[in-house]
Design a protein around this ligand. Structure first.
Ligand SMILES: [Zn+2]
Length: 154
């Protein structure tokens, strides 16, 4: 499987935690039990205690819910980003390759110029024109002083 396909797969897989996250939002965490007072003090105490316990569990559920939502959305975002990165990285590699091809072509042009210029200039200091900008450059310099195009001299 190539990287681009893997990136696409990751993007599709990223939808799953997203759905879980959305489901989590609509998930009920139980109703609030209010403290009620009854006639007898002892009974009121018991009711209040159980209501408090129920509320604590509810709060706990809500926290878990938030953590789960956060987890699912984060996972989805990370998977989606990695998928996108892999897809883009593949495209950039292709671009770099085509750039290198252009470089090789321009080097071939330089070689051609070298032959023609060498014939026309009958001096030790041979001048070439930069294939990028046309600037006159001496043989052996690493980069063009005008456009900083790199030269490869044979
Ligand atoms: Zn140049």
């Amino acid at each position: 499987m190539c990287r681009k396909d893997f990136g696409k797969l990751l993007k599709i897989v990223a939808i799953v935690p997203l759905i879980f996250g959305i489901v989590c939002i609509f998930l009920e965490t139980g109703n609030i039990e209010y403290n009620k007072s009854y006639g007898g003090d002892a009974y009121t105490g018991i009711q209040n205690a159980s209501a408090e316990a129920a509320n604590n569990i509810r709060i706990l559920n809500k926290n878990i819910k938030y953590i789960a939502e956060f987890f699912f959305f984060t996972t989805s975002t990370i998977l989606g980003s990695i998928g996108r990165y892999l897809e883009t990285a593949e495209t950039q590699n292709k671009k770099e390759n085509s750039n290198e091809e252009t470089k090789i072509e321009s080097n071939e042009n330089e070689n051609l110029e070298e032959k023609s210029e060498a014939v026309s200039h009958d001096t030790n200091e041979i001048i070439y024109s930069c294939p990028q900008c046309g600037e006159q450059v001496k043989k052996g310099i690493p980069t063009c002083p005008k456009c900083s195009q790199e030269f490869i001299w044979n």
